[in-house]
Design a protein around this ligand. Structure first.
Ligand SMILES: *Cc1c(COP(=O)(O)O)cnc(C)c1O
Length: 227
């Protein structure tokens, strides 16, 4: 990692942490949300820089990509916390359970069953969040609002440790009402954790009680996709 990259990432991260703190103070919030640095697609050098700057919580949206990036690093980083924030296929449940500390994208009974089976006989059991499709978008992952209660009941009956909810508001909507809805659903079900807010709207999410914000480009810079 070059000094320039380290300085850039450390400054970006410090700026986000400061804005998180400022927003909490404005809202008289005592406990700041956890910053999940979303490292998908980012080059290794930028991830090394974030680690060197003190970042310990990272989000990834694809199991295979995350395995390549973190599989060998894990054992050297005892404080590392990995969150899966992308859709999970049932045939990847075992790999996901082996790698992630938190799986934020539980959204259907079949996946709950696959995760419960994958956890059987494992020493570790990741914490789970249920992803809710607050905008009722047909193409988007997440359980329908009306099906949340039954999915939660089923997941709990299977012994899964569900601690909260996650959402990704529709790109064209104001995010606030979606965050408000997610917070209301979490309260109604006694779930303490709320993962909501990305680079463009994490400050709004804090106003609605986010306990985790998922910031990618804000920390690392724009993702550059190979063509
Ligand atoms: C990529 C991604 C993010 C981070 O997006 P930025 O706009 O770069 O902050 C957050 N949440 C999920 C689910 C993502 O896939």
């Amino acid at each position: 990692m070059t000094d320039t990259v380290f300085t850039e990432i450390a400054q970006r991260r410090a700026e986000i942490l400061k804005r998180i703190d400022d927003r909490c103070q404005q809202g008289s919030r005592v406990k700041a949300p956890t910053l999940i640095a979303v490292s998908k697609i980012q080059p290794d050098e930028r991830i090394a820089a974030a680690l060197a700057a003190g970042q310990t919580v990272f989000g990834e949206n694809r199991v295979q990509e995350a395995q390549g990036r973190w599989g060998s690093r894990r054992s050297r980083l005892p404080n590392l916390q990995l969150h899966l924030i992308g859709a999970l296929q049932t045939n990847k449940a075992k790999d996901a359970v082996g790698l992630f500390d938190v799986i934020e994208t539980l959204d259907r009974p079949k996946l709950a069953r696959a995760l419960a089976k994958a956890i059987e006989g494992e020493a570790r059991a990741p914490e789970m969040l249920i992803q809710v499709n607050t905008g009722a978008e047909p193409q988007k992952a997440g359980v329908a609002v009306g099906d949340l209660t039954s999915l939660l009941g089923e997941a709990r009956a299977l012994g899964l440790n569900v601690s909260g909810l996650m959402c990704i508001p529709p790109a064209d909507d104001a995010a606030g009402p979606h965050f408000a809805l997610l917070a209301k659903l979490a309260r109604a079900h006694d779930l303490p954790n709320l993962s909501m807010g990305m680079s463009a709207d994490y400050e709004t999410a804090i106003d609605f009680g986010a306990t985790h914000v998922r910031v990618g480009s804000g920390v690392f810079g724009e993702r550059v996709y190979d063509s």
